[in-house]
Write a protein that binds this ligand. Structure first.
Ligand SMILES: Cc1ncc(COP(=O)(O)O)c(C=O)c1O
Length: 372
């Protein structure tokens, strides 16, 4: 059944962040099925939705634990009763370690590590703990951000962790985020397979030194359908798939009808027959147009009920160029699939969770702004 956005638009203030409930459920189910068919655990990344309610949904559907990017995101989730969290980031600011220790004492916490100095930084606060701190070594599979290459440095780091006495080496993980600059579906497949091969190489390098780690984790939404099927991989960490977005449509991870997140806006003016202005600007849609400098997505979101393109944004205005000259009713609604769901969610305090019968509920973006 198609959603009646015009009726919803009469009931709520715009710009508004809408979740189509049935699509959200479908996306959660489909990724759980993919992980089951690959025989791997699913540890979804929560930075996309930052919502306690969606986290519980993912766990109920079968996720084995969750991933966050930030300490403050982890704190929100611990408060909400989540018991198994990977912080897929290195935490090196000494003053944060007290907070980290509090989480460690309450739940199963896993922390990213990719440099021996991080062991020295963690040492003073964690050496006296009765429970060892679990760490996952980050492997670089081509994003060239954090992460060690699967060579000497990996072995040295693994040895240092094992010898530390206060850390447990629980696994290795990688994220082939360079996929967001892929030109076509073929390149996405290559990067996905490469992500699997690199983590396999790291796993084998450790095995050669008699180091067997329990968790071999990969994932980005576009890559998991390839990397999850690598023989050594046993965990995936996609995040964006709960909503999908216009960038994922361009990468052929999904179709526009799979996108569960929308921005609902209002036409505030029409300066000419070829342009309309909406009340959603960069503070409602974000400025993200994809990762590839030579192949930027044209426009700032996919328009669902107007034939045209969002050509320009100022902070509070979106400027739509219409495909044909026409009169658009000032005050009417515009439904938009955002380019990058994860970035857009962080701009809003709340979601409108919309059912197919048109009923809606307001849900908080619990970890909005949790960047510290
Ligand atoms: C370390 C890590 N793992 C997993 C993910 C999830 O990737 P995606 O948003 O493509 O699903 C991200 C995304 O930024 C990440 O940084």
């Amino acid at each position: 059944m198609s959603i009646d956005f015009a009726t919803l638009h009469e009931k709520i203030d715009t710009p508004a962040l809408i979740i189509e409930h049935s699509k959200l459920d479908k996306n959660i189910r489909a990724m759980q099925e993919l992980s089951a068919s690959a025989g791997v655990r699913l540890r979804p990344h929560l930075k996309t939705h930052k919502s306690v309610w969606i986290t519980h949904k993912q766990l109920k559907a079968g996720a084995s634990g969750v991933t966050v990017a930030k300490l403050s995101e982890a704190e929100v989730m611990v408060q909400a009763g989540i018991k198994d969290i990977l912080i897929a980031n290195q935490i090196t600011q000494s003053r944060k370690l007290h907070r980290l220790k509090q989480i460690h004492r309450q739940i199963r916490l896993l922390l990213a590590i990719d440099h021996p100095i991080q062991i020295d930084i963690l040492h003073p606060l964690f050496v006296q703990e009765t429970k060892k701190l679990e760490v996952m070594i980050e492997i670089n599979s081509g994003l060239n951000r954090c992460g060690v290459n699967p060579g000497e440095k990996l072995i040295e780091l693994a040895d240092r962790i094992i010898q530390s006495g206060f850390l447990t080496l629980s696994g290795i993980f990688t994220h082939a985020g360079q996929v967001y600059a892929a030109h076509d579906a073929k390149e996405v497949k290559q990067i996905g397979e490469h992500e699997g091969k690199v983590i396999e190489k790291a796993y084998n390098a450790l095995i050669k030194k008699n180091i067997k780690v329990p968790t071999i984790s990969v994932g980005a939404t576009p890559t998991v359908k390839y990397s999850a099927f690598n023989a050594v991989v046993n965990e995936i960490r996609p995040g964006n798939y709960v909503f999908y977005d216009n960038i994922q449509c361009h990468l052929q991870s999904c179709h526009p009808q799979d996108c569960a997140l929308l921005v609902l806006a209002t036409v505030i003016s029409q300066p000419s027959d070829s342009q309309v202005i909406i009340d959603a600007g960069s503070k409602a849609l974000g400025l993200d147009r994809g990762a590839h400098a030579t192949q930027l997505i044209s426009g700032y979101g996919l328009l669902l009920n107007i034939n045209g393109q969002i050509e320009r944004l100022s902070e509070e205005h979106g400027i739509i160029q219409l495909a044909q000259r026409q009169k658009i009713q000032i005050g009417s609604h515009v439904a938009i699939i955002p380019n990058h769901a994860c970035a857009v969610v962080n701009l809003y305090n709340q979601y409108y969770l919309l059912n197919t019968d048109g009923a809606y509920q307001i849900m908080p973006v619990d970890a909005r702004g949790c960047t510290q």
